[in-house]
Design a protein around this ligand. Structure first.
Ligand code: AMP
Ligand code: MG
Length: 550
C-alpha cells in the first residue's frame, strides 16, 4: 500500500533518541523523546469526514482516497510497511501546577512526509516543509497512564470541525485530515456527575509540521536531562525554524534566544487572533502549547456568543477561570515563562530571557491594537502613526469592552452590524440605532436609555475616528468583513451536529464543515446558521459549558 503515500521522511525519529523499551505499558519514559508504539486495531473504519483538499495537498491521489487502504490507514489498521509509529514524550503545567510526564496518551504519529512548499505564501518561507500525520484516539501508549487511549465521537467531531474552522479563519492550527468511527465504545462520565455511559469511539487523523509542545522541552529540563533538552531544542530550530540556522550551521546561545523570541512572537500572534474571532481554548496548559504557535488540542474550547471577557467554557476551570477569554494573552506569557525556565540551563543567563519575556507584553499590545483597528476598519498609514494616535486608538478599542459586556451583546454579530452602519449615521435617532443593532442583543429589556447614551457616546468617537482616517464606507466594510467572521463554530451549533451524529446522522457535521470553509462570506444557502445562540442553549451542556471528558 506504499502507493497511497508520498515517501516517508522520518526526521523526528532519526534525530532524537527513542525509548529502548518496546513494550506498550504505562510508565515513566526517560532519556527519550518518544516511544515506538502501534495503533490498536479497530472493529471497522467508517469514514465520517475526509478532507479531500488537504489529502491531495499531502500527496494522496484521488484513487487512493477512495480505496479501503485509505480507510485502513486513517484508523491505524493497516500501515505502510516503512512506518514506525510513535507516541511523543512531554510534560506540562496543568492549571498552574507542574504535572510531570504526560505525553501522547492517545495520539500516535504515523510518520513524517515532505510536502511541496506553499509557493506564494511568504510565511511558508519560515516554516518547514514536513508534515506529521497523527492519529488521535488510536489506543493506549506508554503515556496513557490509567486512561484508555480512546477518543469519543463527540470530542472528535469537535476537534475535526474546530481545527478546520480555525484554518479557514486564517489562524495557525493543526489540521484535520479525516474523522472515522471505529465501532468501539468506551465509558465516559461526560458531565462529571456520576452518570457514566458508553459512547462511540472515533479517530481524527491530524496533521501538523510539528507536534512539539512547550512541555516537550520542560520534561527533559525538569529531569536535568540536558542532552535531550539540547537535542530537542536544536531539532525544533533546525526543522521548524530553519531560517534561524546561521550559514555556518553552528547553533549557539544567540540562536536559542532568537528562537525563543520567535516562539514568543508567534504565541502572541496566535492569541491575538483567537481574541479577534472570540475563541477560548479552555485548557491552555503548557502541554497544549505548540512550539510553532499553532492552535493545538481542541478540548473543552468554546466560542464567544455574548461578549464576556470572564467566560470560560471549561467546567473544570469554573472556579478560578484561569483560562477565561480575557486572560488568554496573559496565560500565553505565563506559559512562555515556563518555557524560558525550561531552556535556561542551556543559556545560563536569566537576563536575556527575562528581557524577551518582558517584551511579550508590548508585542502582544501592538498586535492587539493592530487587530482591533482592523476589526473596526481603521486603516493606519505609517506617516500618520504617532504616540498620541496610538493612545487614543487604544482608548477607543478598550472602551468597547465595557460597552459590549454591559448588555448581553453577540460579539460576532456586533462587528458585522457595525460594518453596515454608515459613518454618517444620525446617532440622535436612537430608535433607528436600536433597530440596526437589535439582532446583536440577547435581551432587549437591557437596551435602556442609559445604555443607548453610552453606545452613542462610543459611536460618536468612532465616527470622528473614521473621519480622521478618511476611509469610505464601502472600503471600510470590506476591510471589516475580511476580519470579522460572519460564521464561527458556535457552541450550540457544534452540539446540535454532535447530537445528530450520535444518532447516525452526519449531515450536519458535513454542512458545518462546508459552511466554515468561507467564514467571512455571507452564504445564502446557510443563512440559518448566521444567528446568535438561542435561549434553549444558554445553560445546556456542550453549548455553554464542557468538561475535559473526551
Ligand atoms: P488533554 O487534556 O487532552 O490535553 O490531555 C492531557 C493528557 O492526558 C495528555 O497526556 C493526553 O494524552 C492524556 N489523555 C487524555 N485523554 C486520554 C485518554 N482517553 N487516554 C489516554 N490518555 C489520555
Ligand atoms: Mg493535550
Amino acid at each position: 500500500m506504499s502507493h497511497l503515500l508520498p515517501p516517508l521522511h522520518p526526521v523526528f525519529v532519526s534525530s532524537l533518541p527513542a525509548d529502548s523499551n518496546l513494550t506498550n505499558t504505562s510508565r515513566s519514559v526517560e532519556h527519550a523523546a518518544y516511544s515506538f508504539v502501534a495503533p490498536a486495531p479497530t472493529k471497522y473504519s467508517k469514514i465520517i469526514c475526509c478532507n479531500d483538499v488537504l489529502a491531495i495537498q499531502l500527496g494522496f491521489s484521488k484513487t487512493a482516497l477512495a480505496s479501503t487502504d485509505f480507510a485502513d490507514l486513517i484508523s491505524g489498521n493497516h500501515l505502510d510497511s516503512t512506518m514506525q509509529p510513535y507516541a511523543m514524550n512531554y510534560g506540562g503545567h496543568q492549571f498552574g501546577q507542574w504535572a510531570g510526564q504526560l505525553g501522547d496518551g492517545r495520539a500516535i504519529n504515523l510518520g513524517q512526509y515532505k510536502t511541496k512548499k506553499n509557493e506564494g505564501n511568504e510565511d511558508s518561507e519560515n516554516r518547514n516543509d514536513y508534515v506529521t500525520l497523527q492519529l488521535k484516539g488510536s489506543g493506549k501508549t506508554p503515556y496513557s497512564r490509567r486512561a484508555d487511549g480512546m477518543a469519543v465521537l463527540r470530542s472528535s467531531i469537535r476537534e475535526y470541525l474546530c481545527s478546520e474552522a480555525m484554518f479557514h479563519l486564517g489562524i495557525p492550527t493543526t489540521r484535520a485530515l479525516s474523522l472515522i468511527l471505529t465501532g468501539e465504545e468506551v465509558i465516559r462520565d461526560k458531565l462529571y456527575d456520576g452518570r457514566a455511559a458508553y459512547e462511540p469511539c472515533a479517530i481524527v487523523a491530524r496533521v501538523s509540521p510539528s507536534f512539539l509542545r512547550f512541555g516537550s522541552l520542560q520534561l527533559p529540563s525538569t529531569r536535568g536531562d540536558l542532552d535531550l533538552l539540547k537535542q530537542t531544542l536544536e531539532y525544533s530550530i533546525k526543522h521548524d525554524y530553519p531560517h534561524l540556522v546561521p550559514a555556518t550551521g553552528v547553533i549557539d546561545k544567540s540562536v536559542y534566544l532568537q528562537w525563543f523570541s520567535e516562539v514568543c512572537e508567534r504565541t502572541a500572534q496566535l492569541i491575538v487572533e483567537w481574541m479577534r474571532v472570540g475563541f477560548v481554548h479552555g485548557v491552555l496548559n503548557t502541554d497544549n502549547m505548540s512550539l510553532i504557535g499553532e492552535t493545538i488540542d481542541f478540548g473543552p474550547y468554546g466560542w464567544i456568543d455574548n461578549f464576556d471577557l470572564n467566560w470560560t467554557p471549561n467546567t473544570s476551570d469554573a472556579g478560578e477561570k484561569r483560562y477565561r477569554f480575557g486572560q488568554q494573552g496573559y496565560i500565553g506569557q505565563w506559559n512562555l515563562f515556563q518555557l524560558a525556565n525550561a531552556i535556561y540551563p542551556l543559556i545560563d543567563e536569566a537576563e536575556p530571557l527575562q528581557e524577551i519575556i518582558t517584551s511579550y507584553t508590548q508585542i502582544y499590545q501592538d498586535k492587539w491594537l493592530a487587530m482591533m483597528r482592523s476589526k473596526l476598519g481603521i486603516p493606519v498609514q505609517q506617516t500618520q502613526e504617532n504616540g498620541a494616535l496610538i493612545e487614543s486608538d487604544v482608548l477607543l478599542c478598550k472602551a468597547l469592552e465595557p460597552l459590549l459586556s454591559r448588555v448581553s451583546t453577540d460579539m460576532t454579530l456586533f462587528y458585522r452590524h457595525l460594518a453596515n452602519l454608515n459613518s454618517d449615521f444620525d446617532l440622535h435617532n436612537t430608535d433607528l440605532l436600536t433597530t440596526h443593532f437589535s439582532e446583536c442583543f440577547y435581551n432587549m429589556e437591557e437596551i435602556t436609555e442609559d445604555y443607548l447614551s453610552i453606545l452613542v457616546e462610543w459611536l460618536t468617537k468612532y465616527q470622528s475616528r473614521l473621519l480622521l482616517a478618511s476611509i469610505n464606507d464601502v472600503a471600510r466594510k470590506e476591510m471589516m468583513d475580511n476580519v470579522n467572521p460572519c460564521y464561527i463554530l458556535r457552541n450550540f451549533q457544534v452540539q446540535e451536529a454532535i447530537e445528530l451524529a450520535e444518532n447516525g446522522d452526519y449531515s450536519r457535521v458535513s454542512i458545518l464543515s462546508e459552511l466554515l470553509k468561507k467564514p467571512y462570506q455571507q452564504q445564502e444557502q446557510y443563512k440559518q446558521f448566521e444567528m446568535k445562540r438561542p435561549d434553549w442553549a444558554m445553560n445546556k451542556f456542550g453549548c455553554s459549558a464542557l468538561s475535559c471528558s473526551s
